[in-house]
Design a binder for this molecule. Sequence first.
Ligand SMILES: Nc1ncnc2c1ncn2[C@@H]1O[C@H](COP(=O)(O)OP(=O)(O)OP(=O)(O)O)[C@@H](O)[C@H]1O
Ligand SMILES: C[C@H](N)[C@H](N)CCCCCC(=O)O
Ligand SMILES: [Mg+2]
Length: 231
Amino acid sequence: MTKGFFITGTDTGVGKTFVAAALAAYLKQQGQDVGVFKPMMSGIQRENPHSDAFLLKTMSGDTNPVEQINPFQFDEPLAPYLAAKRAQREVSFVQLIEAWHQVRDSHAFFLVEGAGGLAVPMGPNYLVADVAKLIDLPLIVVARPNLGTINHTLLTLHFAQSKGLAVAGVIFNGYDPEAGDLAQDTNPSLLEEWSDVPVLGIIPRTEHHSAQALAALVAKCIDVEELYAYC
Ligand SMILES: Nc1ncnc2c1ncn2[C@@H]1O[C@H](COP(=O)(O)OP(=O)(O)OP(=O)(O)O)[C@@H](O)[C@H]1O
Ligand SMILES: C[C@H](N)[C@H](N)CCCCCC(=O)O
Ligand SMILES: [Mg+2]
């Protein structure tokens, strides 16, 4: 039985890769055998050092070929389904299942990253949420810390629930301690009041993105005991 997390977010650009890479660096530092999987990636080449696939592979030390870590890549920065369609391509759900089955037994623990949020079209008749259902790992929802995130996060959690997806928790990412932003400081408790999903951590903005710095950030900012409860 594969263990791990499906990393989703309230939006594109919220820090899914950043958080997944940080978790991978931490778990690897703890001696875990961590695998990564980014089923579909759009808007960047696999080989680009800033790409999700490249960062996840680097931080986890996953020795699977990058083409297995990220089986479907599209050039245009669009929802994967649309980027594929505009490139005269289409990924069937069966193809995606086969790509997951090719790697899922290669590691004891997997971090899987979606694309954008849960309701992003990935294929002609399926969303990111349907892929998460297939992979059947508990979600970690990455959310922005500031005003506006409560709506986005509760909508995401309700949609996850409607799809029968288990949610391990929410991680607020990109907190700016200097901002004096009242919403940033009150959002975690407000979310916990309106949802039964725990806040697993609050990650500040940081310019230090090395594996060591990211692992230290997880140890400092994320409730790893809560995470391990799911492992
Ligand atoms: N806590 C942070 N501190 C500093 N920079 C961050 C932080 N979190 C994310 N970033 C930066 O913000 C940008 C977006 O983050 P990231 O790529 O992880 O988002 P994403 O949700 O994975 O986006 P996509 O939907 O495109 O996969 C990246 O350049 C990343 O390095
Ligand atoms: C291109 C970007 N980096 C992501 N890979 C794809 C984000 C799709 C978002 C679709 C949407 O919610 O409007
Ligand atoms: Mg990403």
